[in-house]
Design a protein around this ligand. Structure first.
Ligand code: HEM
Length: 353
């Protein structure tokens, strides 16, 4: 009997301790889930904002949903080895899986309706290193930060406020140059005639351990021919895929990889700021596109062209986009791969592109 009060006190202490642990766990969970900071921008929020008003097309990429897969080689000439010890810059030929694509969440958008075109690449080397890159044909990006990208998506979808885009542009004047580039409509009628740019800055490290801030571009061997918006419309909804399939069937298509090296002080954290034209350029080699692959069940379907998948000799810079993109692409990848039943399949696996 004499020990009862002590035992009661120790029971209470245990219960309090359990309650404290439970509350701490719930708080940690809520913090991690973002419930305590609803204003925080999360990858899921950005990906949700990419969806059109009717919701996303299940099974497809949440952006750049329309595209066509290919395989080929990167023929490295060895010149970029002075900038980066990445194994794909040693002279030689390395296999590539890639994708030509359109910056739209709608896999059925007519080609003429989408102003931005993309090129995604995955280059692998025999030691298992790989380099993934997803580029677009714009000469600079639309906005300076991932937060501004989210604000743009929200403003362009906001039908309740007629001033939403006006307010966005007033708060993000850098968007003006991009809008002017889109408005000028200087588009070709072929994926093969486009130049594709990393826009984001990365750091190359060479065998001596020297770092260089760089951006890169893939410059087409095909001569670009600018066509009018009406001419583009007249070609039909899916002419870009048909055009590239036909070109690759008649001959491999080529792009020169050009590395642009920053001068000290060039802005690396802001992809709206193009570097001056006179910056040092190094031709690293040639992308050769040899075969168009089926898009629906082909080698690109389960590939996430995450721009932070980099080989030794390359790493991200202070540019905030690659990390934000990596997180958003992972959300998109997880969602679309979980929606496999909604994705078009070809019964015999013998899809035509
Ligand atoms: C915060 C900014 C950005 C966000 C949130 C974003 C979001 C996305 C998402 C969700 C996908 C689909 C990924 C998948 O399911 O595999 C995608 C694809 C793509 N993005 Fe972005 N993106 C951003 C910036 C950029 C920039 C700066 C570029 C080019 C310089 C770019 C080029 C591409 C390309 C080419 C693809 C197609 C990749 C493929 O073929 O799978 N994106 N983007």
């Amino acid at each position: 009997m004499a020990d009862r009060p002590t035992s009661n006190a120790s029971n209470v202490r245990s219960l309090v301790l359990i309650a404290v642990v439970v509350v701490a766990l719930v708080a940690a969970f809520a913090f991690t889930a973002g419930w305590l900071s609803p204003a925080r921008l999360t990858p899921a929020k950005i990906v949700n904002a990419l969806a059109p008003p009717g919701g996303p097309t299940l099974g497809f990429r949440r952006n750049h949903a329309k595209g066509i897969c290919f395989t080929g080689n990167f023929e490295s000439n060895g010149a970029a080895a002075a900038l980066s010890k990445a194994p794909m810059f040693a002279a030689g030929s390395y296999p590539v899986t890639g994708r030509f694509n359109l910056a739209t969440a709608d896999p059925k958008a007519p080609d003429s309706a989408v102003p931005v075109r993309g090129l995604s690449l995955r280059i692998v080397t025999p030691d298992g290193s790989e380099w993934r890159s997803a580029m677009i044909d714009a000469p600079f990006f639309a906005v300076s930060t991932p937060q501004a990208f989210y604000a743009l998506l929200k403003a362009s979808a906001d039908k309740s406020n007629p001033d939403a885009m006006k307010n966005f542009i007033a708060a993000h004047p850098e968007f003006g140059a991009f809008a002017a580039w889109v408005g000028a409509g200087r588009r070709t009628a072929s994926f093969a005639e486009e130049r594709y740019n990393s826009l984001n800055s990365f750091i190359f490290t060479n065998a001596e351990g020297q770092d260089q801030a760089v951006r890169w571009s893939f410059v087409p061997a095909a001569q670009p021919e600018i066509v009018t918006p009406d001419q583009l419309k007249a070609r039909g909804a899916d002419f870009l895929d048909a055009d590239i399939a036909q070109r690759v069937q008649s001959a491999p298509q080529r792009w020169t990889m050009v590395v642009t090296v920053a001068n000290p002080g060039d802005p690396t954290a802001d992809p709206t700021k193009a570097w001056p034209d006179d910056r040092r350029k190094v031709d690293a080699g040639t992308l050769v596109v040899n075969a168009i692959e089926p898009e629906p069940d082909g080698p690109c379907r389960d590939l996430n062209f995450d721009p932070t998948v980099l080989p030794p000799g390359m790493h991200v810079s202070d540019d905030p986009f690659p990390a934000a993109r990596s997180a958003a692409y992972a959300v998109s990848f997880d969602r679309r791969t979980a929606e496999d039943k909604d994705y078009p399949h070809h019964p015999a696996g013998g899809a035509t592109p």
